[in-house]
Ligand binder design. Structure first.
Ligand SMILES: NC(=O)c1ccc[n+]([C@@H]2O[C@H](COP(=O)([O-])OP(=O)(O)OC[C@H]3O[C@@H](n4cnc5c(N)ncnc54)[C@H](O)[C@@H]3O)[C@@H](O)[C@H]2O)c1
Length: 439
């Protein structure tokens, strides 16, 4: 497969044309995506690539008799009938699967988090632009109608000035998913293909299907897994490209099972004019707090996939907020009789998770036809994931503050941290990437 040969033959699609879609990965989210694309009236489920044979067979069965099966995605990309690729593989594959699909002239729907490290995101944006491809990031919440309404309200100042955003994700999975020894990979899994550009190491039961999330080699832990969804909404609502300063602390304190990403992590982000806190817990829930909350001078808003809820702030005489105890002595603060009044009206709206997936896929398909940028364009995905990676870089460096220049896309004043924006690829994927000259 050469970089431009495939791009050259692709024709422009009309509104009534059908789109031939190929899928890579039929795991937790891959199965959802086959369902979502199957529901669209102008899609042919044309191909499936899986490194795990039983999943490949299940996927093909779900897709119907016309779908072709592949074990090597490069072969699937040679299929000239395919216009779009849906990437539902683990994080360490997102960049290469996307870049090579772009080079082969395919449009791409790629799952979040966009990348495993910051530079990968830059290469992905470059590839999308160079080959003129539509690349949608799988942050489907953006397509939710209540998220769009909430964004409008914030941009129209319904909450007043938003000064702080709070993000939380908590569960208790103590003691973890177990301890395992290195073993031979199961015969049904092409483990070398599963590993791809990640470091070569012996197979281990958690280092593959679904559980890859608990290892830095393939993932950024919950910061890029769940944190990416929160930071997506934060940066999109607030209209910012990225934070200015990030620091994060945490560790693997509670879980006993295998894995090396933190089970407890707190990150602080300084954005222009507001701050954000992200708190992630795997071994203790505590009191239930909202997943995502925007706190403004006139109101606050909690929002999740099920809806949003706006609670007005009360306008008070500031003197009435000063403690009294036995009253102030001469020259102290006097309270007034002014009654508190709400700054604005409360408001609630419901949302639907299923609708978010469906509309996100629809937006991608429409953009394939119109050649417009999708609602979660690759560059948005890159900026979101960058904020998550910066938090993880800080955490892995013991919690020091990382300064980020969002325009230059550079860590400033810290060479050690800047070196962590890139990781090496394993052979032959390093050369395959080099040959595209995106670096
Ligand atoms: N948007 C969302 O709400 C959402 C929800 C869940 C997962 N995700 C994201 O989706 C991605 C996949 O997560 P998952 O839970 O579905 O993982 P999973 O392990 O269940 O599925 C991934 C599949 O990819 C296959 N695969 C790996 N490398 C391959 C290769 N080179 N060629 C072909 N197949 C390959 C694996 O065999 C596996 O079946 C992750 O990045 C995750 O963050 C997003």
């Amino acid at each position: 497969m050469t970089a431009l040969s495939a791009a050259a033959y692709q024709r422009i699609l009309g509104a009534n044309d059908r789109i031939q879609v190929g899928f890579i990965g039929f795991g937790l989210i891959g199965r959802q995506h086959v369902f979502d694309f199957k529901n669209q009236k102008d899609v042919d489920l044309a191909a499936m690539c899986e490194a795990h044979q039983p999943r490949l067979e299940e996927g093909l069965q779900e897709m119907g008799p016309n779908a072709k099966g592949y074990r090597d995605f490069r072969k699937m990309y040679e299929n000239r009938d395919l216009q779009a690729i849906v990437v539902s593989t683990p994080d360490h594959w997102h960049a290469l699967h996307t870049i090579l699909a772009c080079a082969a002239g395919k449009d791409v729907y790629v799952e979040k988090p966009l990348s495993l490290f910051i530079d990968e995101g830059k290469w992905m944006v470059r590839a999308a632009r160079r080959y003129n491809r539509v690349v949608q990031t799988g942050t489907q919440q953006r397509s939710g109608l209540h998220y769009q309404k909430a964004r409008r309200l914030i941009r129209e100042n319904y909450l007043g000035k938003v000064l702080n955003v709070r993000m939380n994700a908590a569960r208790n999975i103590t003691p973890g998913f177990g301890k395992f020894s290195d073993a031979s990979p199961p015969s049904e899994l092409d483990y070398d293909m599963w590993l791809g550009p990640a470091p070569k190491r012996p197979y281990h039961q958690l280092r593959s299907l679904y559980h890859f999330r608990w290892f830095w080699d393939y993932s950024g832990g919950q910061m890029t897994n769940l944190g990416a969804h929160h930071i997506d909404i934060l940066q999109w609502f607030m209209g910012v490209r990225g934070p200015q300063v990030v620091s994060s602390v945490g560790g693997r304190y509670g879980l006993d099972g295998d894995g090396d990403v933190p089970d407890t992590q707190d990150a602080a982000f300084q954005y222009p004019g507001f701050t954000a806190i992200c708190s992630l817990r795997e071994a203790g829930i505590g009191r239930r707090v909202p997943g995502l909350e925007f706190i403004g001078t006139k109101a606050s808003m909690t929002i999740d996939r099920g809806g949003f809820d706006i609670l007005p702030e009360m306008k008070i005489d500031p003197n009435n907020a000063v403690p009294q105890f036995r009253g102030h002595s001469s020259g102290g603060v006097n309270r007034s009789t002014t009654k508190p009044t709400p700054y604005t009206e409360p408001m609630k709206e419901k949302g639907s998770s299923e609708q978010q997936f469906d509309l996100h896929v629809r937006n991608f398909l429409d953009c394939i036809k119109t050649r417009q940028r999708p609602i979660a364009d690759v560059e948005d995905g890159h900026q979101i994931t960058t904020a998550c990676h910066l938090a993880n870089i800080s955490l892995r460096l013991g919690g020091r503050s990382i300064r980020w220049d969002a325009v230059k896309e550079a860590i400033t004043g810290d060479n050690e941290a800047a070196a962590m924006m890139r990781r090496p690829y394993r052979k032959p994927w390093d050369k395959i990437l080099d040959d595209l000259k995106l670096l």
